[in-house]
Design a protein around this ligand. Structure first.
Ligand SMILES: NC(=O)c1ccc[n+]([C@@H]2O[C@H](COP(=O)([O-])OP(=O)(O)OC[C@H]3O[C@@H](n4cnc5c(N)ncnc54)[C@H](O)[C@@H]3O)[C@@H](O)[C@H]2O)c1
Length: 360
């Protein structure tokens, strides 16, 4: 099999956590590592065994490259995605797909004119726990899920100072504040696990403790889903906690700080990828349930591996650009609600989330 040649566009920041995956994936060759910071591009080349390094984004669009992994800041996503599509490349694009729905629409229009694969990177889908929760929901172990909640809160914003490089502090460069950066993860996960779609939102936002951040450092959104679930989603750059809960008529699950799991169901037993419930619906063990490493290429759910395997096998990627667009529309609706003080409806949104196909 001819190796799939990949360009890594944006190699610092979060890409440091996963860039070496591409050196280990079967049937993949890293052609070029690109970053505006020469040192970062060189380090990535060393780590991945890439043939070249570069500081010019255009080098990702050269002939001989099959796919581009875009991990640059949000405000470069449009330029980089359009460049890659024009050059006929497949794309794995970091979330959110763009700072605004308008920019994202331009990407979508260009993508639809090609026969290329374009996927959105959602690292939470690396975690087998979430696949098990989706299966538990699908098979009715929790009965009807009435309430759901998620919180992704980091205190990173407290340490930010004014600087040209601090793109996350700019509304124009990110598209908002904590909510667009953090909320999009659980917004996607929630709809993906419930196989449901958000259709109405009411949100509140503020900036409590991050003077160098233009956007929100705290945001709370209430979400109504089509099948009746009510959900809340909280994000922050100034307080700290991560949690995900589902509460149903026959069971519930709470997962906190990526380790502590509480779960019960009236409907045991269950054997999933990582979770085992006994006949009484209680878990078999209560050890910490840590997420996989981001560069664990042996994890079959690793989203970089999934992207590469989608290209190699002709399968659809797990998170399509349409789904990324749906998530972004909800984010914008939440910001609109926070600004206006009224709830916002999303006619027709979310339908593509329902089409997610099982991986196995
Ligand atoms: N959980 C996640 O998956 C996760 C976490 C953090 C960030 N992100 C996303 O990843 C993207 C990057 O965020 P980050 O935190 O890594 O940012 P960052 O600023 O820490 O790193 C971005 C990297 O891209 C490089 N870069 C900037 N402009 C470039 C250009 N025009 N051409 C080439 N390289 C360029 C920078 O030098 C830097 O190395 C964002 O879209 C963000 O939303 C996702």
């Amino acid at each position: 099999m001819k190796p799939l040649t990949v360009a890594l566009l944006g190699c610092g920041g979060i890409a440091v956590r996963y860039r070496k995956t591409y050196a280990r994936l079967y049937g993949v060759r890293v052609a070029v590592t690109i970053d505006v910071e020469e040192k970062t591009a060189r380090q990535a080349q060393e780590e991945t065994g890439a043939a070249h390094w570069s500081t010019r984004a255009d080098d990702a669009f050269a002939s001989g490259i099959d796919a581009v992994v875009i991990s640059t800041p949000n405000y470069f996503h449009k330029e980089h995605a359009l460049g890659a599509l024009k050059a006929g490349k497949h794309i794995l694009l970091q979330k959110p797909i763009a700072p605004t729905v308008r920019d994202a629409e331009e990407i979508l229009v260009a993508y639809r004119k090609t026969d290329r694969v374009m996927a959105v990177y959602m690292n939470l889908l690396d975690h087998p726990l979430f696949w098990d929760l989706r299966e538990l929901v699908r098979r009715g172990y929790f009965g009807r899920v009435g309430l759901a909640s998620a919180r992704l809160a980091h205190r990173g914003g407290l340490t930010w100072t004014a600087s040209e490089k601090l793109w996350r502090a700019s509304v124009a460069k990110t598209g908002g504040g904590s909510f667009i950066q953090l909320g999009v993860h659980y917004l996607h996960l929630l709809q993906w696990i419930l196989q449901d779609a958000v259709f109405q939102v009411q949100a509140f936002s503020t900036n409590l403790a991050c003077p160098h951040l233009e956007g929100d450092d705290l945001m709370l959104a209430h979400l109504k889903l089509r099948n009746g679930t009510l959900a809340e989603l909280e994000t922050s750059w100034c307080v700290q906690e991560e949690h995900f809960s589902l509460m149903g008529t026959q069971g519930a699950v709470h997962y906190r700080d990526n380790r502590c799991l509480e779960i019960w169901s009236e409907n045991g037993p269950f054997e999933g990828k990582i979770l085992r419930l006994k006949g009484d619906g209680k878990p078999e063990h209560l050890d910490p349930l840590l997420p996989p490493e981001w560069d664990d290429e042996e994890n079959p759910l690793n989203q970089h591996r999934q992207f590469v395997e989608a290209l190699q096998s002709g399968r659809s990627p797990e998170v399509s650009v349409e789904q990324g667009m749906t998530d972004l529309r909800i984010v914008e609706a939440c910001y609109e609600s926070a600004r206006s003080g009224v709830s916002v409806k999303l006619p027709g949104s979310g339908a593509s989330v329902l089409k997610g196909e099982p991986l196995e």
